[in-house]
Write a protein that binds this ligand. Structure first.
Ligand code: 6PG
Length: 232
C-alpha cells in the first residue's frame, strides 16, 4: 500500500512553476537553517524550464546550495540535449548563480567510465538530498529508469550502495547516467512535476496498479507522500 500522493493542480504551467519554486526554496532554506547547507536534485528534459526560471529568482542563500541532476544524457554540456547545459542556462543564473553545480556527465570513453568518474565527485556531497524534483515521460519513465533499460532492476533496487549508474535503453536515444532510485527517494521533499493530459493518464494508470511502469517504483519506494505537481 503506497502513501497517497499529495496532488497540487494548477490552472496554468506558470502558476505551477511559481508554486513549485516556492516549495523547493522553502525546503532548501529550512535545510540551510538546520544543517548549514541545502542539496537539490533536478530533472532535465523540456518540462522544467519555467520552474527553473522561477527557482533561480528565489531569495535564498544560494551560496550554501548544491545542485545536481537526477539524470543526464551521455553528451557534453555544449550539446542541445545536455541537461547540464539546460540547468546552467536556465537555473544557475540570477540569484541562483551562486549555487554549486555538480554535473553527472564526465568526459570518458564510455558511459560506464563516466559513471565511475562521477561517483567520486558525488561521494563528497552532503547526502541525503533535501529535495528531489522528478519528471516523467509518457512511457512512464522517470530519471533514466526507462522501461527497456537493460539494468532496470539494479536502477530500482531498494538498497544499492551506488549513487549513480550507467543506463542503456533503446528508447532513450543515447546512453545515460542516472542517480539510483534509492538515492532519489532518500530526500526531504520528493516532487513529481508532470504536465498535460497524456502524462496524467499515464500516472493515474501507474497509481491504479494497472501497469507496472518505472514511475510506480518511485511511489512504492518513497518514504512519505510524493508531491505531484500537475497543470494541463
Ligand atoms: C531527461 C529527464 C527525464 C525527463 C522525462 C520527461 O533527461 O530526459 O531527466 O527523466 O524528466 O523524460 O521529459 P520531458 O520533460 O521532456 O517530457
Amino acid at each position: 500500500m503506497i502513501a497517497a500522493p499529495v496532488r497540487h493542480v494548477f490552472e496554468s504551467r506558470g502558476a505551477l512553476a511559481a508554486a513549485l519554486a516556492q516549495a523547493v526554496a522553502g525546503v532548501l532554506s529550512k535545510a540551510i537553517a538546520r544543517r548549514g547547507e541545502g542539496f537539490l536534485a533536478v530533472s532535465g528534459g523540456t518540462t522544467p524550464g519555467l520552474f527553473f526560471a522561477a527557482l533561480s529568482d528565489q531569495p535564498i542563500d544560494w551560496e550554501k546550495v548544491t545542485v545536481t541532476l537526477v539524470d543526464e544524457r551521455f553528451v557534453p554540456p555544449s550539446s542541445g540535449r545536455s541537461n547540464a547545459g539546460l540547468v546552467t542556462s536556465t537555473l544557475l543564473r540570477g540569484r541562483a548563480q551562486a549555487a554549486r553545480f555538480v554535473p553527472l556527465y564526465a568526459e570518458a570513453g564510455s558511459v560506464e567510465e563516466a559513471a565511475a568518474l562521477t561517483a567520486g565527485a558525488l561521494a563528497g556531497l552532503p547526502w541525503p538530498l533535501d529535495a528531489t524534483v522528478l519528471g516523467m515521460g509518457t512511457d512512464g519513465h522517470t530519471a533514466s529508469f526507462f522501461p527497456d533499460a537493460t539494468n532496470l532492476p539494479a536502477l530500482l533496487a531498494p538498497q544499492v550502495p551506488r549513487a549513480i549508474l550507467p543506463v542503456h535503453a533503446d528508447s532513450a536515444g543515447e546512453p545515460r547516467l542516472t542517480l539510483t532510485l534509492a538515492r532519489l527517494v532518500d530526500t526531504g521533499f520528493l516532487a513529481l512535476h508532470v504536465e498535460g493530459a497524456e502524462k496524467k493518464a499515464v500516472l493515474d494508470r501507474a497509481l491504479d496498479g494497472a501497469s507496472a511502469l518505472p514511475i510506480r517504483a518511485v511511489f512504492d519506494a518513497a518514504k512519505g507522500p510524493v508531491e505531484v505537481y500537475w497543470a494541463a
